[in-house]
Write a protein that binds this ligand. Structure first.
Ligand code: ARG
Ligand code: ZN
Length: 872
């Protein structure tokens, strides 16, 4: 049943060209496909075309209709026997977009026809060799009703169109670039358009068109601005220009994930496209900017050079995530961006890597490829690319990228091809590095130090090991770049000199681990410095060091590496929290005085600093990061400890928090400039601490912020904290919020998510009640994620309530959703995979829900794979 990387075979034939004709209708859309076929052997071949949920009307080869005995059709294929070595195949099928609830292939979203073909959606449109190494030139004709579908779009360039009888019209599109079927796109509907243009650095003018529902078109300006900056950035940073005269983006409300990089016609979830300060938070603005950039960057890393097969997914995704990270870090604060990315990696990818669904960034087998669009393939994949950047340095890395694109433009390649280009430009041996592609699990790096005062030398001894993961018991040592520095006793950054070198060098350098155990000796030191290790998080590993609390406080104060200053604060807080959880409930958990004092210093110094950095550094580590450090997750103790820590910090730091709140409010000019967003981040972090610390005293401050601000960031932060403390104002303001924004679907999602995330023991009932709300529907993935995704992933004590109500609720909905939209159902189901991390009672309950799901007749491949692997 699983598909294996080792079984890869090239396709039996090529399609030089495809002409696709769509006659659109919600219930019966007719698709005529004409394929110019050439077999690779030059001899007749049997051809098994992929197809799912298609109604076959007719087949012709070279204009001759085939009889019933000349082909076979089953649930997944159309098999043609003895296809001539060169011929023209014409296939007519019908599909029903209105009934398509899987949102793969051609479907309707609020009356707009749109497509999603990655990974294997094209086969729900017509019979085809639906695999990324089959690259074809596309000619498309779209015919539809003129009144309901005035806009008809596909990839490439518009080359004609006109009116037809009966109120219909048509449009013709041609894409000059060969592409795999997963990059095909079609959109038709009544859409408003925002237009602009970009002049490339070689002087070509590219028309930019952004399409959305007319009610939302005034929320597209930020996406357009982000697109223009992305185009410029890719030219400046990588010398990569856009290659067509037209670039289009369409936003639709029903979409299985964020967005899709179809050639010349990106299709976006509105949640990744729309932004206006009264309806979207600063986080949304940054997310829109990032995703617009990500999809645009795919034009080269994905479209021009694509993947040979789906096992290579990280080839395009890891690289493109790395590129979008670089872009965001150039646009805003590099330190804050790195911190955010590392938090995400550690909270989600590390958890995945430690669970039953662990897989290498290039998996070796899968049942359903949709299950492999994971944090591992994307985010860890980006870390692997980043390590190449660290090992080679910026200049050689850029040369490697240039070579990769020059060598492979227009083809479908593998991860080896990418790393080979890096090896060729640098002359480096990257064979051991390749293990990152095949080995799953998060490596653990331990480091101990020894200072010899008689010789003035510091020896760092490193060991590395990777815990076993399902199907991979034995692990090999990896090639791990460790960026280090040494911080002197009075805080200065020391120039580094390794034993054997004859002079002091820079204050930071990269050590390379390739063996299980290695040591490095720094010489020329007067006194024992504090080592700053894994600066910038130079490798996706768990670092265990022998740094003491005093060392960490020293780093927090003095390290020139901002990431490691933040990391020091996180380690101090994490240590204190984990200790408090272990001794709870015998003793009242309190954060220690040194940590509070460090926070206080940070707040006082915050006027001159990067305010978003201060806010991040003052924030307690995420729940999931802490949970990973516990042998058994005690949800009640965790909840108690986090709450007490927040209360204590809020009370003890009242004065500096309030001062920060006020000064940030003055800096905040209501714009979305980086500095204003940073000020709001710190302002709202301070507000949360103040209100949690002294609810009665500071509730009015939150209420007035909610009432007076016109910005969603401020409103939502205030509302969240008010709802959480469950005071006098929370309930009525929640109602006020819904009343104001009930016609903005994306804001209604926030309203659902906010309530699903309120951590208390009543939340299963609250979520149950919200599912009865008229605005709730299982048909919209964003709404499902807002309510059920938030509840199951971000509401520890509610979801894991000890009577199992949360588990039952989620399983009920997964089962209901599975037959409609398997991809979204399977995604929701992944939380159950964490069952081994809880106490026996909860383990039993989670397992029995997984078993219940597995027993559902006709369960999708998607959910089957997740549930069965989760049970292990
Ligand atoms: N390629 C898209 C992106 O990363 C995501 C496609 C996700 N597809 C899926 N089947 N989950 O931009
Ligand atoms: Zn992507």
């Amino acid at each position: 049943e699983p598909i294996r990387l080792a079984d890869y075979r090239p396709p039996v034939c090529e399609f030089e060209e495809i002409s696709l004709d769509f006659v659109l209708d919600p219930d019966v859309t007719t698709v005529t496909s004409r394929l110019k076929v050439k077999t690779r052997s030059g001899a007749p071949e049997t051809l098994a075309l992929d197809g799912r949920e298609l109604t076959l009307k007719s087949i012709k080869i070279d204009d001759r209709p085939l009889g019933r005995d000349e082909f076979q059709v089953d649930r997944e294929h159309l098999t043609l026997i003895d296809v001539p070595s060169t011929c023209l195949i014409e296939i007519v099928t019908t599909i029903a977009p209105r009934l398509n609830s899987a949102l793969m292939g051609l479907y309707l979203s609020n009356g707009i026809y749109c497509t999603q073909c990655e990974a294997e959606g094209f086969r729900r449109i017509t019979y085809f060799l639906d695999r990324p190494d089959v690259m074809t030139r596309y000619k498309v004709r779209i015919e539809a009703d003129l009144a309901s579908c005035p806009v008809l779009l596909s990839n490439g360039n518009p080359v004609g169109g006109g009116k037809l009888a009966n109120g219909r019209h048509f449009a013709l599109w041609e894409d000059p670039f060969r592409k795999p079927a997963y990059l095909f796109a079609l959109v038709a509907g009544d859409l408003a358009c925002l237009e602009d243009h970009h002049v490339t650095r070689s002087g070509r003018r590219v028309a930019l068109k952004l399409y959305a529902d007319s009610a939302a078109i005034d929320q597209c300006a930020h996406a357009m601005d982000s697109l223009k900056r992305s185009m410029r950035w890719d030219e400046d940073a990588y010398g990569l220009e856009y290659d067509l005269d037209l670039f289009q983006i369409v936003g639709v409300g029903d979409f299985n994930f964020g967005a899709m990089e179809n050639k010349g016609l990106n299709i976006f979830n509105t949640s990744a496209l729309l932004a206006r300060t009264d309806t979207s938070t600063d986080g949304d603005f940054q997310q829109v900017e990032r995703i617009v950039a990500h999809e645009y960057f795919h034009n080269w890393s994905g479209d021009r050079v694509t993947c040979r097969d789906w096992f290579q997914l990280t080839l395009k995704e890891g690289l493109t995530v790395f590129r979008d990270q670089q872009f965001s870090s150039d646009m805003h604060s590099a330190a804050v961006k790195r911190i955010a990315d590392v938090m995400l990696l550690r909270e989600t990818q590390f958890a995945e890597d430690a669970g039953p669904l662990a897989h290498p960034i290039r998996p070796e087998s899968y049942v359903e490829i949709n299950n492999f669009y994971t944090r591992t393939v994307y985010e860890k994949g980006a870390e692997v690319v980043r390590m190449l950047h660290t090992l080679l340095g910026a200049e050689l890395f850029r040369k490697g990228i240039d070579l990769y694109f020059a060598r492979h433009d227009g083809s479908a390649v593998t991860c080896e091809d990418f790393v080979q280009a890096m090896a060729d430009v640098s002359g480096r041996d990257l064979r051991r590095f390749m293990r990152w592609y095949s080995q799953a699990g998060t490596p653990e790096v331990r480091v101990t130090r020894e200072f010899d005062s008689s010789t003035g030398s510091l020896t760092l001894e490193f060991t590395q090991s990777t815990p076993p993961t399902p199907g991979q018991q034995a692990k090999l040592p990896l090639h791990i770049p460790i960026r280090v520095g040494l911080v002197g006793r009075d805080g200065q950054a020391l120039p580094l000199q390794l034993a054997g070198e004859n002079a002091k060098g820079e204050t930071a350098r990269v050590l390379e681990l390739t063996e299980e155990r290695q040591s490095f000796t720094f010489v020329g030191l007067d006194a024992a410095p504090v080592p700053s290790i894994l600066r910038g998080f130079s490798a996706p590993v768990r670092l265990r060091s022998d740094l003491t609390k005093d060392d960490l406080l020293h780093l927090l104060k003095h390290d020139e590496d901002a990431f490691n200053r933040w990391e020091a604060a996180q380690s101090l807080a994490a240590e204190a929290i984990v200790q408090a959880i272990r001794m709870s409930p015998q003793r009242q958990p309190v954060p220690d005085a040194d940590l509070i004092q460090a926070y206080s210093r940070l707040l006082e110094g915050s006027i001159e600093q990067d305010h978003a950095f201060v806010a991040r550094t003052l924030s307690l580590p995420g729940r999931s990061f802490i949970a990973q450090q516990l042998s058994v997750i005690d949800v009640d103790a965790m909840h108690r400890v986090f709450k007490t820590f927040q209360e204590t910090i809020g009370r003890e730091l009242e004065a500096p928090l309030l001062a920060a709140y006020r000064s940030m409010a003055r800096i905040d000019d209501g714009s979305t400039r980086t500095a204003a967003m940073a000020a709001r981040t710190l302002k709202n972090a301070a507000l949360a601490y103040l209100v949690i610390g002294q609810p009665a005293k500071f509730e009015p401050l939150a209420v007035s912020q909610y009432r007076q601000s016109s910005m969603m960031t401020d409103r939502l932060s205030a509302l969240r904290i008010l709802a959480e403390i469950d005071g006098a104002a929370g309930a009525s303001l929640l109602e006020d919020f819904y009343g104001r924004w009930q016609n903005e679907p994306l804001v209604v999602n926030k309203w659902f998510a906010l309530q699903a995330g309120i951590e208390d023991y009543k939340s299963p009932e609250r979520v149950e009640a919200l599912m009865q709300h008229p605005a709730f529907t299982l048909a919209n993935p964003n709404r499902v994620r807002a309510l059920l995704g938030t509840f199951s992933m971000a509401n520890l004590i509610g979801f894991h309530r000890e009577d199992g109500a949360g588990y039952r609720l989620l399983a009920d909905k997964v089962i209901e959703l599975d037959s409609k939209n398997a991809q979204v159902a399977a995604r929701l189901l992944t939380t159950f995979g964490r069952w081994r991390r809880f106490d026996l009672h909860r383990q039993q309950m989670m397992k029995s829900q997984l078993e219940r799901i597995l027993a559902v007749p006709g369960l999708s491949r998607d959910s089957y794979e997740i549930a069965s692997k989760s049970l292990g």
